[in-house]
Design a protein around this ligand. Structure first.
Ligand code: SF4
Ligand code: SF4
Length: 247
């Protein structure tokens, strides 16, 4: 039976809480794996061996980099969950400007000590190869279970490539751009069913930039609807500021 270990980097543990919310769906895969380590749910230690590593959070310290290298050397399969791990997410907002200056503002005289070992926030795949991705902030429990199932069955990753506007049309939502409101659905990876827009809020891009997105065209559409390119870029940076993520 596959041994699964769950690791945390810099995050608010929201995606791990979503795993606990997947309880009914987890029944579909229970019996197929042995949960060998999960700090949120048990007090055990990291085992010497495990087959599948589930990683939440952005890489923000030298310690994280070392942990990831050890994890990759141990686990045959690595799954990253949540915007922080997939794109750098909210922690990567700190990459705008000089990181040391931000520490000075928060920690004042203790800044040098607090900064020790910190690196500019990065997604996990900036450090190690990743096999499966579950995007979102937080993740959808059902999507996590489906991806875990793929991993346990050694079926390749199937992260959606397309932007979300088509899903939004299926939901019969009125496009936010009609009222001059910036929405990241134009370039955001589909798969959530345009959840926020269906609830009356513009998409903030938590699932990351779709592989098939046309960022230049999306920016031009925003401008043609009276939205400054800077405003579009600012909205884009909320979940996609990590180096190399925003094209
Ligand atoms: S831009 Fe936003 S509101 Fe418009 S269709 Fe796309 S997801 Fe829907
Ligand atoms: S609509 Fe956008 S912000 Fe909302 S869950 Fe989907 S990807 Fe995330």
């Amino acid at each position: 039976m596959a041994k699964v270990a769950v690791f945390s980097l810099a995050s608010d543990y929201g995606c791990q809480v979503q795993i606990t919310n997947a309880d009914d769906k987890l029944l579909e895969v229970l019996g197929q794996f042995d949960l060998a380590y999960w700090q949120l749910a048990s007090s055990g230690h990291v085992p010497e061996e495990y087959d599948v590593a589930v990683i939440e959070g952005a890489v923000t310290t030298d310690e994280h980099v070392e942990l990831l290298k050890r994890v990759r050397a141990t686990a045959g399969t690595v799954i990253v969950i949540g915007a922080c791990a997939v794109t750098g997410g909210i922690p990567a907002l700190a990459t705008s400007g000089v990181l040391e200056d931000r520490f000075d503002v928060v920690y004042g005289e203790g800044s040098a000590l607090a900064f020790g070992g910190r690196i500019s926030p990065l997604p996990v795949d900036a450090i190690i190869d990743v096999d499966y991705r579950v995007p979102g902030c937080p993740i959808e429990p059902a999507e996590f279970v489906a991806v875990l199932q793929r991993a346990l069955m050694a079926v390749s990753d199937h992260i959606p490539r397309e932007p979300m506007c088509a899903a939004c049309k299926i939901e019969e939502n009125v496009c936010f751009y009609e009222s001059g409101t910036v929405c990241m659905g134009l370039i955001t990876r589909t798969g959530c069913g345009a959840k926020c827009v269906s609830l009356g809020r513009p998409c903030t891009g938590c699932r990351g930039i779709a592989a098939d997105a046309n960022l230049v065209a999306a920016r031009a559409i925003a401008v043609s609807h009276g939205i400054a390119a800077e405003k579009f870029d600012s909205a884009l940076s909320l979940y996609n500021s990590a180096k190399g993520v925003v094209r």
